[in-house]
Design a protein around this ligand. Structure first.
Ligand code: XMP
Length: 319
């Protein structure tokens, strides 16, 4: 729209003026807020922009590849993909407490980000996709950086710690305006309308101990669910949907043999603001396909259950 394109032009001018010849670092998460921020900065600064994407091993299937395509090939930013999978796995080894998982992930992220950004010369600015709801600290932007920022503040504040000045070009915008902006800047619709994904990623959906193999099981099951949602045109009818790997085995039967394997729970919610939510009334035949495909194709899973709890009193995530 005209309003959005003139806002973009205005921001491009003011970013250029503020930054001068300096380099700007933008942390990419793969989500819509950081992606739109990076696309805007790329328009303003071109090769003066460095994007950092941390692969923490807790991403969904294909997520890293999407970021590599979008910001390495489509937008040819100076993209640094940091493979920190082992570092996160090692830090999380043996940890089952949800809050401990979150703390470890937050701290490890800061360490990794610090190490990577330390090697980037002439960078005085850090860009963040903070939205207006984050600024006023409402919970209306669940996938925004608010949770991470609050956490970072607890451990000293990432930008300050690193000696950066903050650039937050979207701090006056709401989510729908950010989506319009993403559209205007040429980001794919699939990314613009992606469901929110928590900072700690699959870690808070992999109940119990986090191992490479358990993450792989969860990632495969989640990919089946998401694919079936897209194929049935249900992805955009629900606000958030995902698989959860439970920390227990149950008995099943295959041929003449008894199995004792993992359980996958499917969570899908309808919600306006993520503060309250209702479980989605997904069609039985869709649930049937998801269940059959997960059990047939994901090794080590012999049971799929559907979460029929509302928020409150349940939360959307299981941890
Ligand atoms: P709950 O589970 O609290 O989730 O009903 C509400 C929304 O917030 C997201 N969520 C998080 N986002 N870091 C994030 O960035 C987190 O630690 C976190 N925990 C929950 C959740 O996915 C849902 O959209």
């Amino acid at each position: 729209s005209w309003k959005i394109s003139s806002f973009i032009e205005q921001e491009v001018d003011s970013i250029r003026e503020r930054v001068g010849q300096s380099r700007v670092i933008c942390g990419l998460s793969g989500g819509v807020d950081s992606s739109v921020t990076a696309a805007l900065l790329y328009k303003a600064l071109g090769s003066q922009l460095t994007c950092i994407f941390v692969d923490n091993g807790l991403l969904r299937k294909g997520e890293r590849e999407q970021v590599e395509y979008e910001f390495g090939e489509h937008f040819k930013t100076d993209l640094h993909v940091v493979d920190a999978r082992d570092r996160f796995l090692e830090a999380l080894a043996g940890v089952t407490d949800p809050q401990k998982k979150r703390k470890i992930i937050g701290k490890t992220f800061i360490d990794v980000f610090k190490d990577e950004s330390a090697g980037i010369e002439n960078a005085h600015f850090l860009a963040q996709g903070t939205l207006y709801p984050d600024v006023i600290e409402s919970g209306a932007n669940p996938d925004g950086p608010a949770a991470t920022i609050k956490y970072h503040h607890n451990v000293g504040g990432l930008p300050e710690q690193l000696g950066f000045e903050l650039i937050e070009p979207m701090r006056m915008l709401f989510k729908d305006e950010v989506r319009l902006m993403g559209h205007e800047l040429g980001l794919p619709e699939k990314l613009i309308w992606r469901h929110p994904f928590p900072g700690p990623g699959l870690a808070v959906r992999c109940l119990g101990e986090i191992t490479h193999d358990r993450l792989e099981t969860l990632r495969e099951a989640d990919a089946v669910l998401i694919e079936e949602l897209y194929d049935s045109d249900y992805y955009h009818k629900v606000q958030q949907a995902f698989a959860v790997l439970l920390p227990l085995q149950t008995v099943g039967v295959m041929g003449d043999a008894r199995t004792y394997e993992d359980v996958i729970a499917i969570r899908s919610v309808d919600t306006d603001n993520f503060m309250t939510a209702d479980w989605s009334r997904l069609p039985y035949d869709l649930l049937q396909r998801v269940s059959t495909r997960i059990i047939n194709s994901v090794r080590g899973v012999n049971r799929v259950v559907y979460d029929i709890s509302s928020k409150p009193p349940s939360t959307i995530e299981w941890e």
